[in-house]
Design a protein around this ligand. Sequence first.
Ligand code: AMP
Length: 287
Amino acid sequence: MPRLFRRIKEIRGFIKDIKCGGNNVSVGFVPTMGYLHEGHLELIRLSKLQNDLTVVSIYVNPLQFGEGEDLDRYPRDLDRDLALCEEAGVDVVFAPDDEEMYPEHPNVKIEIPGLTDRLEGLYRPGHFNGVAIVVLKLFNIVQPNKAYFGEKDYQQLKVVERLVKDLAIPVETIPVPTVREKDGLACSSRNVYLSPEERQSASSIYRSFLLAQKLFQSGNTDAETLKQAIREFLLKHPHVRKIDYVEITDENLNPVNEVKEGDRILVAVFVGNTRLIDNWRISHEKV
Ligand code: AMP
């Protein structure tokens, strides 16, 4: 079983002792909100390959949820997560409660104009402020050498990379490609919300990326045309209820008019009542 810590002071003490041992132990860190799936496990596998010690945090961070969002019903099962962590060879799990993480509501605000106010930031005001606070706080607690973030949450990855750069945080962020189910749906803890029929429609997100990529590969580089094709394709599916955005940007999330290799498609889609996000790197490669 991994060592389970509930208290900041205790995990700090543990990490300090390990690092003070003088044998240069490298710590890999995988921050999660739990209800682990293959995507999380891929981050863990990479951390285990690249570090002596792997720490996983499991904490559903209330600060990054807006009013009316799914904070209360977000899936939680610590015993299941601990069993998966054990199987994956995780050394330490940090699972604080709200009282431990936020004895007082944090009053700091973190914004990166041009980054946290677009896409997810527009539709979920305050979301990235919450993400930034929890990630920085967890970095300060765990003091990892490397931290692992999925490309599934591409904008979040870019926000964390920018924070690390702007604030000279001594953590190396490692991006991990999106892990998908057999039919292309990106693994997500929120997929458990989907009914079987919705689950089927949800794979249209992946198929819309392939459609856009095919258009691109046949010479169509107009972003508006590709976005329109994606929207039309998605809305043909019975349970795709609403699209928050379909955007095409360069790798730094600046919108583009002419699409080129390496640009990203980013979407947020309601399938039934479940809001799913996903993204895709456009390339000339055959899938
Ligand atoms: P979450 O528990 O959803 O906050 O995710 C924790 C970490 O796992 C984040 O860095 C996510 O980007 C990453 N992650 C979530 N889903 C996937 C996936 N399907 N493939 C790769 N990484 C993922």
